[in-house]
Design a protein around this ligand. Sequence first.
Ligand SMILES: C[S@@+](CC[C@H](N)C(=O)[O-])C[C@H]1O[C@@H](n2cnc3c(N)ncnc32)[C@H](O)[C@@H]1O
Length: 244
Amino acid sequence: MNHEQISGIAHADHPIKAPLADDSVRRLLEHGAPRDGGRALDLGCGTAEWLLRALSLHPRLYAEGVDTSEVSVEHARRSAGLHGVAERLVLHQQAAADFVSEQPFDLVLSVGATHAFGGLLPTLAAARKHLAPGGRVLLGESFWDGEPSPEAVEIFGELHDLATTVDLIVADGWAPVHAHVSTRGELDAYEWSCLGSLASWALDHPDDPNAAEVLATAHARRAEWLKGYRDSFGFLSLVLRPTP
Ligand SMILES: C[S@@+](CC[C@H](N)C(=O)[O-])C[C@H]1O[C@@H](n2cnc3c(N)ncnc32)[C@H](O)[C@@H]1O
C-alpha cells in the first residue's frame, strides 16, 4: 500500500489530519472565515475537511483547495457532493507552490502542510501573496514542546519551541488574533484514532493481502510515537492578520 492509501485508512475516524478536536476546528474557523461570503483558499487541503466545515458554517462562502494527492482530492470532491457544497468548492490537484489565482482570498489556510513550501516562513510568504486586503491566515504548525529525541528530529525535521515559533511569525509581519495550542487530550486522541483505525482495518480485513502490512504499520507508528515524539511534539493553530 502506498502512503496515501495508509493515510486514508488512518484518518477514517479523524478526517482533520491534525491533532485538533472538532470544537477547536470550529472556533478557529469562526475567527478566521469571513462571515458574509468571501473567498477561502486551503494550500495543502488534503480531503478539504477544513473547507467543507467552513462552507457549512458560512452559506455564502466560496472556497478553493489545492493538494498534490489525487486520492485526497477525489475524496474531497465526493464529500463536497455529499455535503451539497460542490458548487462552492473548486479543487486543484497540483503543488501548492504552483497555484495561481487571478482573485485574492479573504482566508488562506495551511494546516499541517508547511512542508509544501519548504517551511513556516515560505508558507506565510505564499499565503500573503494570495491574501485580499483585510484577509486572515489560518496556520497550523508543529513545534517542540520539550527536548526532541534524535528520532523525533528525524521524523519532523527542525522545529522551534512555541515562543520562538510565534516570535518568527510576528517578526515576519503578522499579528495572531486567535490561537489554539492542541491539548494533551487532542494530541493523544489524534494518534490513538489513527493507530486504532489502522489496526481495526487490518483485523476487519484478514483476507486482504495488505492486512499484515497495515497491522505492522500501526505497531511501528505506535512505537515511534510513544518512544520517539509523544513527549516533545506540540501543535499550534493561529489566526493571523498582516501587520502594517
Ligand atoms: C497533514 S496533511 C493536512 C491536510 C489538511 N490541511 C488537514 O488539516 O486536514 C498534509 C497535506 O499536504 C499535502 N501536500 C504535501 N505536499 C504538498 C504540496 N507540495 N502541494 C500541495 N499539497 C501538498 C499532502 O498531500 C497532505 O494532504
